[in-house]
Design a binder for this molecule. Structure first.
Ligand code: GCU
Length: 479
């Protein structure tokens, strides 16, 4: 089609829509009364958010390359510039909660509010409905187990903004011929359908041995593989599209709006809605798993949707289980940069500001920290997982800073009478246990495996640990 033809066609379509719209009784989707969907580059969207916040300049992020002059800090002696964490159990009015009832009624909602407002953003109250359609069903051996795999598409109602389509991609697997509903692990997939199968050319993500599906099938579990990018793109340019763009009718975010971590979590919640309708899955025992950016998403999902019964939070680093206040490896200034800010609420950018209408802010000004995100998961079983730098689970992730957050989260678990790591609450002095030494006797668990940037080597440990935790609340066999 020539440019002129295209122009003529467009003019025809536009004028006819306008004309039909004026006919009495014809209600056309309000498409033509909506402003056009905004198309920003990532740099433009990032800049727009800085403008909304009155930020003139951000501090630059650190480099992961130790040869660069602005490389990240890896000196433990300099790693704790803000050694005191925001108090976990002290409410804003100064009272200290001592019971789970007080935690649930008062302190937990305060922490939720701060995370929503400042860190990960708010999910709009009226998110559209999702209709799950089965696209395909097949059976086959996964390892030694005969599994039925169903491919689904979750179509998001887009009547509010018909030019934005969101179709959530999900694949669920269940053992054939099993009468009892099965516990299930939902996994955010890094590499399409194959990610849990770990066929990837990125060596750090690979792990030898059986695939996660094989491990889960053998253990009598089901699985649900979720494609995060089908919910929300993994970049700033995508923020006016996907589920975030759809709810904003194609307009840029406001500072408290949700970022991609929450959007992916929202998608996981909708996938859990589906599992609740399928009696083959034990929807009271669904865990959530993710690695790296999806490890952050898994933790956020678990923290906010209390229906998830367990989490395997793998190699989540900054924005996940790592303390923002730690100056080691990746920093707040990386998360506020244009490559990562879309994971967070716009408001989070304030904490990277060098020059702004409000002066400047840094990690020490963040009103909450990662230990409180972990604490929101209490008392549900939460397993914090890492690998080792030698195999590609980089120091950048700050394993020690994540261990400190896990230690500091323990008091919230204990309010419920839940067992924790079996170490003191002193995050200033507690050091990570040796590699391959799991702290797996409690509801809050930690294990650093000797593999790379993957949850793989910890998955068998997770399954065994989760089975023990779930044992008290097993479902009955179907009559
Ligand atoms: C980068 C980023 C991390 C993130 C990781 C990943 O390294 O800095 O925050 O977790 O990518 O998702 O692989």
């Amino acid at each position: 089609m020539t440019a002129m033809n295209r122009g003529a066609l467009l003019l025809f379509v536009v004028t006819s829509i306008g004309w039909i719209h004026h006919l009495p009784g014809v209600v056309l989707a309000q498409e033509n009364s909506l402003p056009a969907v905004v198309t920003f580059t990532t740099a433009e969207d990032h800049k727009d958010m800085l403008r909304q916040l009155g930020i003139q300049r951000l501090r630059p992020g650190y480099s992961g390359n130790e040869k660069d002059p602005n490389h990240a800090n890896y000196d433990e002696a300099l790693a704790n510039p803000y050694p005191e964490l925001p108090a976990l159990l002290t409410c804003e009015d100064g009272t200290v909660v001592a019971t789970k009832a007080e935690w649930l009624a008062k302190r937990r909602p305060e922490i939720v509010e701060l995370f929503e407002k400042e860190i990960v953003g708010r999910i709009p109250a009226d998110t559209p409905k999702v209709t799950w359609n089965v696209l395909d069903e097949s059976e086959g051996k996964v390892g030694e187990v005969l599994m039925i795999e169903t491919t689904l598409e979750g179509v998001v109602d887009n009547s509010r903004c018909p030019t934005i389509d969101v179709k959530i991609q999900l694949k669920v697997g269940r053992p054939k011929g099993v009468e009892k509903p099965v516990p299930t692990l939902m996994m955010f997939s890094f590499f399409g359908w194959s990610r849990p199968g770990a066929t990837t050319n990125r060596p750090a993500f690979r792990f030898p041995g059986p695939t996660p599906q094989e491990i889960l099938a053998k253990a009598g579990w089901g699985y649900a593989i979720l494609i995060p990018n089908s919910i929300q793109a993994d970049n700033g340019a995508g923020l006016t599209r996907g589920i975030i763009g759809l709810t904003n009718q194609g307009q840029p975010r406001k500072p408290e709006d949700w970022g991609a971590l929450r959007a992916w979590g929202w998608g996981a919640s909708r996938a859990l809605d589906y599992l609740e309708t399928n009696p083959a899955f034990d929807s009271k025992h669904v865990g959530i798993e993710g690695v790296s950016r999806y490890g952050k998403a898994a933790l956020v999902t678990m923290a906010f949707d209390e229906r998830f019964a367990a989490a395997l939070v793998a190699s989540s680093g900054e924005g996940g289980a790592k303390l923002h206040r730690r100056h080691f490896g990746e920093a707040v200034e990386n998360l506020t940069g244009s490559g990562e800010y879309h994971w967070m609420a716009g408001n989070f950018l304030k904490y990277g500001a060098a020059e702004a209408d409000f002066g400047s802010k840094n990690a020490g000004d963040i009103p909450v920290d990662a230990h409180q995100l972990i604490a929101l998961c209490a008392p549900r079983p939460t397993f914090i997982s890492y690998g080792i730098p030698e195999k590609g689970d980089a120091k950048w992730l700050d394993q020690q800073g994540s261990y400190m957050a896990t230690v500091a989260a323990q008091p919230a678990y204990r309010l419920f009478g839940a067992t924790t790591l079996g170490v003191s609450d002193d995050y200033h002095t507690e050091k990570m246990p040796a590699v391959n030494t799991g702290l797996l006797d409690g509801v809050l668990a930690w294990r650093q495996h000797d593999g790379g940037h993957t949850s793989g080597p910890n998955l068998p440990h997770f399954v065994e640990w989760a089975n023990q935790r779930f044992a008290a609340t097993q479902p009955e066999a179907k009559p």
